[in-house]
Design a protein. Structure first.
Ligand code: HEM
Length: 280
């Protein structure tokens, strides 16, 4: 076998002395990140379960970063900037959705070996998932109780709970651009789950009937639909993967399990954007 004693072209200037330099591991805090995957049992498959959750939470963190910033862009009517971020959100959601393919390699028998060690912990308590739902306008106050004992998380949840959602901002833009939106919607109690409204539906219908006249709003609407569509695809894959792994057993978080996950599929963030399609 030929041994390369000399570095080949392109390798010559590789830095190897890191005494006073930051490495890749330092920059990324990899020792911290990679120390977090700590199975509670010796079961081989628990590592996959933890890794998939960590990856999902990291992607949610990135989505939150983009959505919060896109919401500010919309407040300032900087739509092209918002579009760029929302398009990225959809790409990240695709990654999130694909992790189910990996997790689906976990069989019921594999999972049962370590399920008891989870106690009552469940994705139901994922506060990043709740922050996302709040930023999309789906406000569920009962979630706030779960983190009453963790002030840092509670503050973040409360802030998002009281803040205008991405969709509230989209509706305000419709009003700013001359569409007649009911005052009740513009002045709504932001802590309530958004409910569909006819004036909003009529405005979006007008946009879809004349896309060339309202191209920015049309693009905004379609980006929101992309996001909701992908969110629902994620929910569906979650529900089916859970059915595949635990059947119709109750969840560790205390819900009915798959029956609960099926019910959540009926929720809409941006209802009028879906309703208008039947009426065009
Ligand atoms: C073996 C894998 C999994 C099983 C069996 C499972 C099961 C469940 C069940 C039964 C629920 C309903 C609440 C409960 O009673 O616990 C739930 C909720 C949830 N899970 Fe999972 N899950 C799995 C993996 C994941 C992963 C990888 C994530 C990614 C973060 C996740 C995120 C969530 C979220 C966000 C909810 C709340 C859904 C909502 O309320 O709309 N789950 N899960």
């Amino acid at each position: 076998m030929t041994q390369h004693k000399q570095p080949f072209e392109g390798e010559k200037n590789i830095v190897t002395n890191f005494e006073n330099r930051m490495t890749y591991t330092d920059y990324l805090h990899l020792n911290d990140v990679l120390a977090c995957q700590q199975p509670l049992t010796d079961e081989h498959d628990e590592m996959l379960f933890i890794t998939v959750h960590h990856i999902s939470e990291l992607w949610m963190k990135q989505i939150l970063h983009e959505v919060k910033s896109a919401t500010k862009d919309m407040q300032a009517e900087r739509l092209p900037e918002a579009f760029k971020k929302l398009a990225r959100v959809s790409q990240v959601q695709n990654q999130l959705k694909n992790v189910w393919d990996v997790l689906a390699t976990l069989t019921p028998a594999d999972y049962l070996k370590f399920r008891d060690s989870l106690g009552n912990s469940s994705g139901f308590q994922s506060y990043q998932n709740r922050l996302l739902e709040f930023y999309f306008g789906y406000k569920t106050p009962h979630i706030l109780k779960i983190y009453a004992h963790e002030p840092k998380i509670a503050v973040q949840l409360q802030e998002a709970y009281e803040a205008p959602s991405l969709y509230d901002e989209a509706i305000r833009i419709l009003a700013k651009r001359g569409f007649a939106i009911d005052e009740a919607v513009l002045q709504r109690d932001l802590t309530q789950k958004y409910e569909a409204n006819d004036s909003v539906k009529e405005a979006w219908k007008a946009v879809y009937r004349a896309p060339e006249t309202y191209f920015e709003l049309y693009e905004l609407a379609e980006e929101l639909v992309d996001i909701e569509d992908l969110f629902q695809q994620w929910r569906f894959r979650h529900m089916k993967t859970v059915e595949r792994i635990i059947g119709f057993k109750k969840g560790t978080g205390g819900s009915g399990g798959v029956s609960y996950l099926k019910k959540v599929l009926d929720q809409y963030f941006f209802p009028e954007l879906w309703q208008l399609r039947t009426e065009l």
